[in-house]
Design a protein. Structure first.
Length: 257
């Protein structure tokens, strides 16, 4: 159905592997600011492009969160790394949950960033935003969507470079995969299954996340046994970039605990 996944593996000789899953429209390079910090601490970050994003091709015969998790499990087996820590942002966090539910024996620790168990807007402005996204991607295409989303994720004037980077990444996604992924995310609901995840879990949220508010993310921390939520101040949806130093510190502390 979907061709072999492209991935970055910058510290392949380190022993403890960390599977890093990007958000909707992004690609494996979105984790660049984490690679050095993880490598210096002896971790092996492995960042794949999910099907239809970055350099991972999509043949148009079907895209689903469950299938993406299965392909990642195959990648873990092919690399012969045993079990992995998983870090997933937004869409990547949803795929990470599915991976943990379907392949728990392969997961050591789970880090869920700017993500959700069910995408259910709690305010009129959130409903309007997601309706606009659905309308734009189906009527005007991914390139127009790219500009709209990039402005939402990086709204400040001093983030012009980050907006441009986000626009380019989103615009390069396969439109069929992007639309299917949006539908899959809208239908996803793991809430009733979270109690069955018995994996040490950290939920990391941005105080200023206008895409998935921290309160929506709190459902994860309140439902996964033994998990906890940390909220980073002055951070948005892409907190791994706009507050990367604080995020890296939290990530490393949790992984070495």
């Amino acid at each position: 159905m979907i061709s072999k996944l492209n991935y970055l593996d910058p510290h392949k000789y380190n022993q403890r592997s960390v599977l890093m899953l990007h958000g909707l429209g992004a690609n494996c390079s979105s984790w660049t600011l984490q690679f050095e910090a993880l490598g210096d601490m002896g971790f092996r970050p492995i960042a794949p492009d999910l099907p239809g994003f970055g350099s991972s091709a999509y043949d148009g015969k079907g895209w689903s969160i469950k299938r993406s998790a299965s392909l990642l499990a195959e990648l873990v087996d092919e690399l012969e790394v045993g079990h992995v820590d998983i870090v997933g942002l937004s869409m990547g966090g949803v795929v990470a949950q599915q991976f943990a539910l379907d392949f728990p024996a392969k997961v050591r620790k789970l880090v869920l960033v700017s993500t959700f168990s069910a995408l259910r807007p709690s305010s009129l402005s959130e409903w309007v935003y997601f309706f606009q996204r659905a309308l734009i991607v189906h009527l005007l295409g991914v390139k127009t969507q790219a500009s709209f989303v990039a402005r939402r994720v990086f709204p400040h004037e001093n983030q012009a470079g980050l907006r441009k980077m986000a626009e380019e990444q989103i615009a390069s996604a396969d439109p069929r995969a992007y639309r299917a992924a949006m539908s899959g995310l809208g239908l996803f609901n793991s809430t009733g299954m979270l109690k069955s995840i018995h994996i040490p879990t950290l939920v990391v949220s941005g105080e200023d996340d206008s895409t998935v508010p921290p309160g929506r993310q709190a459902v994860l921390a309140n439902s996964i046994p033994g998990s906890r939520q940390v909220i980073i101040k002055q951070a948005g949806h892409a907190l791994t970039i706009d507050q990367y130093e604080e995020f890296n510190g939290l990530l490393l502390k949790f992984l070495v605990e």
